[in-house]
Design a protein around this ligand. Structure first.
Ligand code: ZN
Ligand code: MN
Length: 489
C-alpha cells in the first residue's frame, strides 16, 4: 500500500498597522523613500533614559484587524520584552505581547474551487514594534566583499500586528490563498495598507509533513519571505524536502530555515534555535480595553470580503470567480455597485468592468486609478443601458468607451464616432446591405438550398453589415434591412 503524505502548515504574518506616528514615540510613520535614519529619535533608538509612550491608535487598529479576523478581544493585555540581540534593534529587546495578546481565537474563510469554503483558525493577533533594516555591503559597491553592514532605523518602532494561524493549512497553494485573503481583509478594514513592495507584510511558515503510516517529520520554521511568490515557493520546497526525508526513513530536525530568493531554496539558519525569553515590560502600563470601545470599532467595520462575495453572488447572480474579482478591493466593488445602482444590468456590468475597465486600470501607461478613472460608474451605466436598448452595438459602445476614457463625455464620444443617436441613415444602411449581399453570393445560394441553416446565415450576414458600418448601426435595424433585401432577391 502506498504512503500518503499530508503537509501541515501554519503561518505567522507580520502586518504593518496604518498610523500617523510610530508605536512608542512621535516619529512620523511616513518614511517611505526618505533618507536612512531621518525618522528616528532617542525613544525608537532605545537610548538609555528614554520611556516609551503607547500610541492609542495602534490599539484601535489592532482591535479593528482582530475583529475583521473574527477574533475575540482581551479586556486587558500587557506588553513584554522579548530578548533580541541583533544590530537592527539597538535596545537588545523588542517590545511585544506574550501570553495576553490583544486579540485571539478567530478565523479566516478561504474560498476554494466549486465555491467551497475552508476555515483557517487564527490563534492570536498581537501588537509589537518593528525593527530596523539591515543591508549587507554598500549599494554603491564600495564595501563589496567586506564585512560591513548598513542599518536604517526608520522602520524601528513601527507598529506591527503579528497574526498567528493554527496549523490548518495543507498546501502551498492554500497558504497563498490564506495570505491573499489576509491582505484583502486588512485593506478592507483599513488596519493596514499591506503593501508588499514596501515590506508592510512579511511571512514566516511552520511546515511539517505527516505520513499515512503514522510517522511525521520534525517541524521547521521558514523565515524571510517578503512576497506571495516567495511564500508559495518556499513552502513547496519544504514539503518536497520533508517528503524526501520521510522516504529515506528520516524525520529531520526541528530548526529555523531561511528562504533564499536567488537560489530558490531554503537553508538551515546559522543561528542556533533558542527559545526567546520574555519579561514583563516595566515601562508600560497594562492595556485596558473597554468593551464600549470594542463595540464602537465593531460597528464602524465595513462589510468584509467574504460577506460581499456572498452578497454579490446571491444578489447579482454572479459566478464565484466573477464575485471574487469584483470584491478584490472595496474600490472595484464600489465601482461595480454604483454602475448597477444607476440602472445597468449586473451581468453586463460585470463583463465590462472585468474586461474594459480593468484593461485601462491595469495599463500602467494610462495612469488610471479608481479615484481618477475618467469614466464614472454612472456614465458607464448610461452606455450599457443603451446597448441593452439596442441603440448601440457592442463594437460601437467599445469605441465610445475608449473616447470616454480619453476624457470625453458620452454625447461628445457618440458624436465623434459619427453615430448620432439615430445611427446611420437608411440610404447608407441599404448601400451596405447591397454591398455585403453582392460579395456573398455563395452564402445566399446556400441559404436557398438549405433552409435549416438560414437563421445562422442571416446572423452571419448581419454581423458583416455591422462591421461594414463600423458598429454604427443597431443590430435589429441591420437585421430588418437585410431581411427586406433578401426577400426581394
Ligand atoms: Zn522615534
Ligand atoms: Mn514577531
Amino acid at each position: 500500500m502506498s504512503i500518503v503524505y499530508f503537509p501541515i502548515i501554519g503561518l505567522e504574518v507580520h502586518v504593518q498597522l496604518k498610523t500617523k506616528t510610530k508605536i512608542f514615540c512621535g516619529c512620523s510613520a511616513d518614511y517611505s523613500g526618505d533618507e536612512p535614519n531621518s525618522h528616528i529619535c532617542p525613544v525608537c533608538m532605545g537610548l538609555p533614559g528614554t520611556l516609551p509612550v503607547f500610541n492609542k491608535h495602534v490599539a484601535e487598529q489592532a482591535i479593528k484587524g482582530g475583529l475583521a479576523l473574527n477574533c475575540k478581544i482581551h479586556e486587558s493585555a500587557y506588553f513584554s520584552r522579548k530578548a533580541y540581540y541583533y544590530a537592527d534593534m539597538t535596545k537588545n529587546f523588542q517590545i511585544s505581547q506574550d501570553d495576553l495578546p490583544i486579540a485571539y481565537d478567530g478565523y479566516i474563510e478561504l474560498i476554494g474551487e466549486n465555491s467551497s469554503v475552508k476555515r483557517v483558525r487564527i490563534n492570536r493577533l498581537h501588537i509589537e514594534e518593528d525593527v530596523g533594516k539591515l543591508s549587507h555591503g554598500a549599494s554603491d559597491g564600495r564595501l563589496e566583499g567586506s564585512t560591513y553592514s548598513n542599518v536604517d532605523y526608520n522602520r524601528a518602532g513601527m507598529p506591527l500586528a503579528e497574526i498567528v494561524s493554527e496549523p490548518d493549512i495543507s498546501s502551498a497553494r492554500e497558504a497563498l490563498d490564506y495570505a491573499m485573503m489576509l491582505r484583502r481583509i486588512m485593506r478592507y478594514c483599513e488596519a493596514s495598507d499591506a503593501d508588499m513592495e514596501k515590506g508592510m507584510m512579511r511571512f514566516d511558515a511552520n511546515v511539517s509533513v505527516k505520513c499515512s503510516d503514522g510517522r511525521s517529520s520534525k517541524r521547521v520554521e521558514v523565515k524571510n519571505m517578503n512576497s506571495f511568490r516567495a511564500l508559495e515557493r518556499a513552502i513547496d520546497y519544504e514539503i518536497k524536502r520533508h517528503i524526501e526525508m520521510l522516504e529515506r526513513g528520516e524525520e529531520g530536525i526541528k530548526e529555523t530555515r531561511h528562504w533564499n530568493d536567488a537560489t530558490n531554496s531554503t537553508s538551515a539558519s546559522r543561528v542556533r534555535e533558542t527559545r526567546y525569553k520574555f519579561i514583563m515590560e516595566p515601562d508600560l502600563p497594562a492595556l485596558r480595553v473597554a468593551r464600549e470601545w470594542v463595540e464602537k470599532v465593531r460597528e464602524e467595520l465595513p462589510e468584509m470580503p467574504k460577506q460581499k462575495w456572498d452578497r454579490f453572488r446571491t444578489g447579482y447572480g454572479l459566478s464565484a470567480v466573477d464575485a471574487g474579482v469584483l470584491t478584490e478591493s472595496p474600490d472595484i466593488a464600489d465601482y461595480f455597485e454604483s454602475c448597477v445602482k444607476s440602472g445597468a444590468n449586473p451581468l453586463r456590468t460585470n463583463n465590462w468592468v472585468r474586461t474594459e475597465v480593468l484593461r485601462v486600470i491595469n495599463d500602467a501607461s494610462s495612469n488610471s486609478t479608481w479615484q481618477n478613472f475618467p469614466v464614472k460608474p454612472e456614465s458607464l451605466a448610461e452606455l450599457l443601458i443603451r446597448i441593452d436598448e439596442g441603440k448601440f452595438s457592442t463594437t460601437l459602445a467599445k469605441q465610445i468607451f475608449d473616447l470616454m476614457c480619453g476624457g470625453k463625455n458620452i454625447m461628445e464620444a457618440v458624436n465623434e464616432t459619427g453615430a448620432p443617436e439615430g445611427g446611420v441613415s437608411e440610404d447608407k444602411l441599404n448601400q451596405a446591405v447591397r454591398k455585403i449581399l453582392e460579395a456573398n453570393q455563395d452564402v445566399i445560394e446556400e441559404m436557398k438550398s438549405c433552409e435549416n441553416t438560414s437563421g445562422k446565415k442571416v446572423r452571419y450576414l448581419q454581423g458583416l453589415i455591422i462591421r461594414e458600418l463600423k458598429g454604427q448601426v443597431k443590430p435589429d435595424e441591420a437585421e430588418r434591412a437585410l431581411k427586406k433585401q433578401l426577400s426581394l432577391l
